[in-house]
Design a protein. Structure first.
Length: 305
């Protein structure tokens, strides 16, 4: 028989052995347990200008879809932004004062990612309209219709003018500038970065306008380009992903330079003006969209060539 002291010693020894075994087992378990990170509950919105690649890569659904650029476009060396764009004006449509009639180089402009400002039909085209030149095209819109930005860019001007009414001018990252006029409401501000397809205003009939429509212009260094050279307004798609801009796109300015005007003075009549200019009364009426019975206001200009 074991005495009481021996029994107590054996119990203490057994207890110590069990405790050590438990601690060693726990240590081994910690060594083999794989760490499982916590799931991120959400991702912050990405900046608008960050490239938004296919969601399949990261298993995410982004807010916008970016039109993929073909390998052919990637191989094209597009022209840099002109140095004159260091000039920034939020009041003047053409602060550059650069003539491109005799430009020597061809400028390559990337038109991929285009979005139609409106998908309505054309009501007035680029070119001479009565006695003045129309520097854009007019698209039929109803008051309150959304007007969309054509390319990615930065808002340069939001303003109300006598002719344009409420208008927005955007400088795009591809080198073009576009203008949207006769808006009923502007919903962007100068300096805003805007993506192709974003709404910049609502259609209307402000300024010199006879009805609701959108006046749309495309410009390069302040010089208007015929939008029909870039866009097919029947199908509302661009004619080519690459626009080769050269002096031919500004040849219309040579015709404008040939135009001569007669300033109406007191006592002038169509007959007297026709005799002084050598242009028939019928031609004067046709060039200026007037009738023989139209009252001639002093100070008005009449085109005679």
């Amino acid at each position: 028989m074991l005495n009481y002291g021996t029994k107590l010693s054996l119990l203490l020894l057994l207890f110590s052995f069990v405790a050590m075994s438990t601690l060693m087992g726990a240590s081994k378990k910690r060594d083999i347990v794989t760490y499982i990170p916590k799931t991120i509950p959400f991702l912050p919105d990405l900046p608008q200008l960050m490239p938004q690649y296919s969601g399949d890569i990261f298993k995410l659904n982004y807010r916008y879809n970016i039109t993929p650029i073909s390998d052919f476009l990637r191989s094209i060396e597009f022209s840099d932004m002109p140095d004159e764009y260091d000039i920034w004006s939020d009041t003047k449509i053409n602060p550059y004062q650069v003539s491109l009639v005799d430009m020597k180089d061809t400028v390559k402009i990337d038109l991929s990612g285009y979005c139609p400002p409106s998908q309505k039909y054309v009501t007035s085209d680029f070119g001479f309209r009565r006695w003045r030149h129309h520097y854009g095209i007019d698209l039929k819109v109803n008051k309150g219709d959304s007007v969309f930005c054509a390319f990615d860019g930065v808002i340069r001007i939001t303003k109300r003018a006598r002719d344009y009414g409420y208008y927005v001018l955007v400088r795009h990252f591809n080198g073009l500038e576009t203008l949207y006029a006769h808006l009923s409401k502007i919903i962007v501000n100068p300096g805003d970065t805007i993506k192709s397809g974003n709404i910049l205003g609502l259609g209307g009939s402000t300024g010199r306008s006879t009805g609701n429509h959108l006046h749309f212009e495309t410009r390069y260094l302040g010089n208007p380009i015929n939008p029909n050279d870039i866009i097919d307004f029947h199908s509302h798609v661009i004619k080519n992903n690459i626009f080769l801009l050269n002096s031919q796109h500004f040849s219309y300015k040579k015709e404008i330079d040939k135009i001569r005007f007669w300033i109406i003075r007191r006592g002038d009549t169509l007959g007297r003006i026709a005799m002084r200019t050598g242009i028939s009364i019928s031609k004067l009426c046709s060039l200026n969209g007037i009738k023989r019975t139209t009252t001639l206001r002093i100070g008005r200009r009449l085109r005679y060539t």
